[in-house]
Write a protein that binds this ligand. Structure first.
Ligand code: ZN
Length: 269
């Protein structure tokens, strides 16, 4: 089975459409790791698109906050503004849909899907502190996670060595390809469709090819081809706050421009 794995779309319809265009014909099923909404200008359209497309969708922290399942008190100022803005625009049906999304981790076809970490859907898996315990306790060979908006991940080799998976950008758009070793254990983040925070502002997603007959799993993560300038209008987040309009925007620059207190990347929910 060939899967297209999407995460952290954040109401960015333009970036989602670009990913789907690039992935066309290369997948059988679509899976989504949460955060359909928050930040971007098209929450209802993104929900409609993903809902009609994805076989499995799990909830993210923004899906919970924007549908009122949790409050946004822990969010940074930008995320709080975007949550309020999104709440006011979501249709009642879409609020109900977001509230009904299952919580990760969810085991699907031999691997797990989770928004944050396997032990806590809201935890950020940013380094060995969170990744190592998760890898040591995996009940499946691989976990696909989102939440950090960093494409890449972590692995335990068959000999038990911990390694980070860093995706190096290439002009042709294919950034990383990984063949899973049978006894290896993997935490894979496809990156964010709508608001990457890993320094590459192109929309990111991941293909997973799963072959039970051969026992091998092949995953590769992709970013749209083209130069950064051209893709700037497609991939990056567009902030949902009305004051920001709908131009492509780097949230860190937005924070500076608007004199909101500068926040470290880890505080950008
Ligand atoms: Zn997110």
């Amino acid at each position: 089975m060939r899967y297209l794995i999407l995460s952290d779309i954040h109401s960015n319809l333009e970036a989602l459409e670009k990913c789907l265009e690039l992935a066309e014909g290369k997948f059988d099923e679509t899976l989504c790791l949460g955060d359909l909404v928050g930040y971007g200008p098209d929450p209802n359209a993104v929900i409609e698109r993903v809902r009609s497309l994805a076989k499995v969708i799990i909830r993210g922290n923004h899906d919970k906050a924007c549908s009122g399942l949790s409050d946004a008190a822990e969010f940074n100022p930008l995320a709080r503004l975007a949550t309020e803005w999104t709440r006011q625009r979501l249709t009642p049906e879409h609020i109900g849909f977001l509230r009904s999304l299952p919580q990760g981790p969810l085991v699907f076809d031999g691997f797990q899907m989770v928004h944050g970490a396997p032990i806590d859907e809201d935890e950020y898996v940013l380094g060995p502190g969170q990744a190592l315990p998760a890898l040591r306790n995996l009940t499946t060979q691989a976990v696909f996670f989102g939440h950090t908006h960093y494409q890449g991940g972590f692995l335990l080799t068959p000999k038990g060595r911990f390694q980070s998976i860093r995706c190096q950008g290439k002009p042709d758009g294919l950034t990383y390809e990984l063949a899973f070793e049978e006894d290896g254990r993997y935490l894979i983040n496809p990156g964010s469709v709508g608001q990457p925070r890993d320094g590459d502002w192109r929309a990111a997603f991941c293909h997973l090819q799963y072959g039970p007959a051969s026992g091998r799993v092949l995953s590769h993560s992709i970013r749209p081809a083209g130069d950064a300038e051209e893709n700037a209008g497609r991939g990056p987040s567009r902030c949902a706050h009305p004051a920001a309009g709908t131009r492509p925007i780097n949230p860190r620059r937005f924070l500076q421009r608007n004199n909101i207190e500068k926040l470290p990347a880890s505080k950008l929910d």
